[in-house]
Design a protein. Sequence first.
Length: 133
Amino acid sequence: IKVSTISSTELFQIQVESPDPGIAQKAANELADILTTQSQELYTGGEKSATEILSEQLAMAETDLNQARADYETLVANSPNDADGIAQANTIIDLKQKTYETLLDEYEASRVQEAIRANTITIIEPAILPLKP
């Protein structure tokens, strides 16, 4: 097995020699797959990514917002004369809506950043079956 960088690029090449061409091809491709997988694991640290955490928070914020809307509708239907309660419920909806929108913006920004950084190592050209050992 030989790994070398390609001059004046950010690329490197994995070469595998074996008496069996099929084994050489499989080994080179498997080594490249291991390298990309380990690179991804190093990037995420094996923990939840910011995007995953924000996704969970976004789901909770959406649930809270939907509950606040349901509470508002119930209050309006059951106590239409409770102006203070309705105003307070409306304020809660506004706050929960702003929280949801802020989390959504952060989620989208995080998703883009992770997509940019996560592709640090990719396979450009998989190994082909050599014609000779």
